[in-house]
Design a protein around this ligand. Structure first.
Ligand code: FAD
Length: 272
């Protein structure tokens, strides 16, 4: 439970963070809230040689309206999102889901940028970002770019971010449809989802139903063809590959996905 030795550097600006990360190269890691990286380092599943602490970069901690979008700084914590009046009124799916992450300590330290960059398929906010059709702004050695959420999650704990590339902002267009729902099935309230579902309008995304957060493409297709919630939800597990572990066998998760998607679609329709 003791991390391997590493060099610690604290950045006081985004510019400095990028320079420090560039110097560290492939063996460097950004540290935001530390609630995913530190446990991995203690287990020695992550052994970065250099940590670049971005946790105090106030310039990345904001929520604001911007040209028909809600722009969220990568260092906004789960708790800030859950309590934000702007997020609550414009993106209630995000506010609600952020309030379901872990326990109060996790929500006060953990950041949306850290959750997305970590890309744990069992995490809540990556699926929410998919359902909201978010776009991610980054800065890195090759300059700035925008990556749509559908292209961001590449594999288990793997994203489109390059070494030294910093996720700076999450941009979400204000939804056209008021319908939304977030369903999270856990053993205890503070646990990770065994399966979760995020719905925004016609977009449906799944938590913990594969190596990455996934769009429930078969459900979305069924809805587009005119099926109702119950019929469409029957396709929730189509094309997925959920884990088979101590929290439940694969067939159990497939069943949960069908039940939770039906509930989510019904709740979303009632809100629309
Ligand atoms: P860190 O741990 O600091 O970083 C995580 C990874 O992202 C690292 O690889 C880091 O280099 C990288 N990174 C961080 N920020 C950036 C950035 N801006 N740009 C590029 N790379 C970056 N999550 C859930 O979704 N649901 C839960 O129910 C849940 N329960 C939890 C319970 C416990 C007990 C714990 C410890 C964690 C739980 N989490 C849960 C995870 C929690 O939400 C984490 O805080 C979050 O996933 C990571 O955010 P962080 O700011 O702590 O990132």
């Amino acid at each position: 439970m003791i991390p391997a030795p590493f060099t610690y550097k604290r950045a006081s600006s985004v510019e400095e963070a990028l320079n420090l990360a560039a110097q560290a190269g492939e063996d460097g890691k950004f540290l935001a809230g530390g609630h995913s990286l530190m446990p991995l380092m203690k287990l020695r599943l992550a052994v970065p040689e250099t940590i670049v602490d971005i946790g105090r970069l106030g310039e990345l901690s904001y929520v604001r309206e911007d040209d028909g979008h809600i722009a969220v700084g990568a260092l906004a914590t789960h708790d800030e999102l859950a309590r934000s009046g702007l997020v609550g009124s414009e993106l209630p799916l995000l506010a609600h889901a952020a309030g379901q992450v872990g326990d109060p300590q996790v929500r006060h330290c953990g950041t949306i940028g850290g959750s997305l960059a970590h890309a744990d398929p069992a995490a809540d906010l990556p699926a929410v970002a998919l359902a909201l059709g978010a776009t991610f702004r980054t800065r890195g050695p090759s300059g700035s770019r925008e990556i749509v959420a559908d292209d961001f999650f590449l594999g288990l704990f793997e994203t489109a971010l390059q070494p030294g590339e910093l996720l700076t902002e999450i941009r979400i267009r204000k939804p056209q449809s008021a319908g939304w729902s977030f369903q999270k099935f856990t053993k205890r309230g503070i646990d990770w989802a065994i399966v979760g579902v995020a719905v925004q309008g016609a977009n449906v995304a799944l938590v913990n139903m594969g190596a990455t957060p996934v769009r429930a493409a078969a459900v979305e297709g069924a809805l587009a063809s005119g099926m109702g919630p119950s019929q469409a939800a029957a396709h929730a597990a189509d094309g997925t590959s959920p884990p088979d572990d101590l929290n439940g066998p694969r067939a159990y998760r497939e069943h949960l996905a069908r039940v939770l998607v039906r509930r989510a679609l019904e709740e979303s329709a009632a809100r629309a």
